[in-house]
Design a binder for this molecule. Sequence first.
Ligand code: SAM
Length: 326
Amino acid sequence: MSQARRFLLELQRELGGTIPFDRFMAEALHNPAFGYYATRIRGIGPRGDFSTFATLGAPLARPIAEWVHSTRQRHIVEIGAGNGKLARSVLRELGFAARLARRYHIVETSPRLREAQEKELRGFRIQWHATPAEALAATGNSAAIFSNELPDAFPCRIFEKTATGEWHELHIELDPIRQVLRPATLPDSTAFTLGLPPGSRIEVHESYRQWLAEWVPAFHSGAMLTIDYGSPVETLYHRRPQGTLRGYALHQRLDLEEILAAPGLADITADVNFTDLETWGTALGLRTLAHTTLSEFLGKKSAPTEAFRALIQSPSGGRCSVSAQA
Ligand SMILES: C[S@@+](CC[C@H](N)C(=O)[O-])C[C@H]1O[C@@H](n2cnc3c(N)ncnc32)[C@H](O)[C@@H]1O
């Protein structure tokens, strides 16, 4: 029996017989002994396990560098820097003088990817941190913070609408693998307000909301740019009644059954509900400066960027001079 299976069976016993899907996803991605990001990921990009928009050579670096300039912040914080190539391109686009005047911070939780970033960014002055709170403490709580394809990688809770119209939460039972629906206290999400038919499934990135709540109160001035795939809630589940969850391993797409059978062996992701990101930010004191398609942020129309969005927020009480570029 694999280490992952032994661990999950023990967890299932402790939790009373089933594992909520978000807990399964957290262990499958981040468990120090077998989690995909902790132990397995070989890299991101055409020769890694999966590609991101940044690693496919997308023209993200220049618009991000221009945005950083517009914030007039001394500190840049990138959260979840993957293989480090986007950081390298942003630093190059900033130019020598701006690089000298600024400090680049990376928040990274995967030891494997941090190693890859250190290699990729040799020669640049970078400070690594384990959490945004730690990074903010080093910046005096004022920074231009950005991420590309981060919230989609956070563990999500999955809910299904039952025949009686209630939302129940997806739990997992192992040996044999079974999907079990259980009544639950619903988290704060705009997805529950959609008039979806019975049988529909939705995802809520509740762990991302909790993570924001841990550090956003310490974010006093500057701006935050979040780029990811997803959409406003109204269109998120169009033609996707079973939700948007999927896995990736060796550039192959996995469905839920395959994900459940291979904990730790695949990346797991779900499209981001950008309406939730805005609402959660507002509740934490962030003001939305712009919420656009990535094409609009980049200032050009190209098909792949239509699936991506850019959200710019800033602490409402703080100073911010920023171009929304939208
Ligand atoms: C899908 S990858 C995207 C990487 C990169 N931004 C890109 O576009 O290629 C997600 C990144 O977020 C990191 N990550 C996941 N959870 C994190 C967290 N809680 N804090 C910081 N980084 C995290 C992962 O280790 C990885 O570097």
